[in-house]
Design a protein around this ligand. Sequence first.
Ligand code: HEC
Ligand code: HEC
Length: 353
Amino acid sequence: MLHVTYLLGAALSIAALIITIRGCSPAEAPASGDSSQAIVELGRRLFYDRRLSANGQIACATCHRQELGFSDGRPVPIGAAGVLLRRNAPGLFNSGELASLTWANPDIRSLEQQIARALFVTDPPEMGVAGYEIIVIDRLRADRGYIRQFTAAFPADADPFTWSRITEALAAFVRSLAARNTPYDRYVYHGERAALSESARRGMALFFSPGLACGHCHVDIAPPHRATPPRWSDLAYVATGVGQSADRGLAEYTENPADAYRFRVPPLRNVAVTAPYMHDGSLPTLEAVIRFYESGGRQGAGAEPERAAARHPLIAGFVLSDEERRDLIAFLEALTDTEALQNPAFADPFRVK
Ligand code: HEC
Ligand code: HEC
């Protein structure tokens, strides 16, 4: 099991931290009142701060850029050790609403868990902090601005400079990254008939049609004020046929051969700005994604039989006219909250004052 090896490999203090974090549920809110805003602000600064990585070269924001919906525009990112990571960096908008995080690990169920992973993972490293825990903390402690911000965020702590507080603040910032003011949301949830163009409306009908079945897997996660319990939509793990056989997806984690090539069905809000697509970043545009589905999930010349056999029966192919393909793209583009992409509250505090 992946996380077991990880816990064994990690320093004892870190292991204790992960265990504490694994116990938290995503619904547990941080402290109340003024300090909760101070925690978000602290998290924002940490998110953009390269000093948080061992070599001082990489921030969370290196792989999660606001203008790209907090993805990074590359097929797969380069981690702190200069090594390519295995999977594409997903966007982070609304990720606090997700029941499970990452492409293929259903047991990562809170932002805190995933953030601890980004900081300390070693196979290969993302932020590369493992082994440099004290050095990095001392670096932050030497900054007067941080002394002020950590104290404002955690006024009751004798020493707030801990990895558990850093993780908590980063999670609070990521949880604040809401981006639901999309033409689609305005049309569906706020009754604004004019929010969607005619083309996008035709695309929406295609998306939810039984022939294309996109909406069967990419279920809408209703806005928090609309959702009835259970609040967290559990996204499924399915095989579309995309990718290389070297990455067996969910099966690598569960060790169940039936899970081979399954990946989490990604949420599609703000998808137009998070190219390239899929767990391996192998499809460069939305048009390429749609053509992939049109072909029944075939990619490249020699699709391996094992991967093809794992494909979900709904990935069976269909025929679209050029206009219908444009309509479907117009619908996917109507899932973008353009204001959130420029919201100063989410921006780099080292640049925007
Ligand atoms: C070197 C690039 C890189 C850095 C740095 C990085 N991430 Fe990520 N992040 C990724 C990749 C790749 C994934 C997907 C991992 C997977 O599926 O296995 C990811 C996934 C996530 C997710 C889950 C999103 C989802 O939809 O499941 C969150 C949340 C996240 N990162 C937050 C952060 C935070 C906060 C930091 C800073 C502490 C950070 N990341 C640093 C590359 C990076
Ligand atoms: C059987 C379930 C299923 C159906 C049907 C389906 N998808 Fe997907 N979709 C997935 C999964 C799973 C992934 C991630 C695959 C991977 O990376 O291995 C995905 C990925 C995507 C992505 C890339 C998202 C990203 O962040 O990289 C887009 C865009 C997308 N689908 C759109 C569509 C459209 C449009 C349709 C209808 C033509 C559709 N999907 C039908 C399961 C499905």
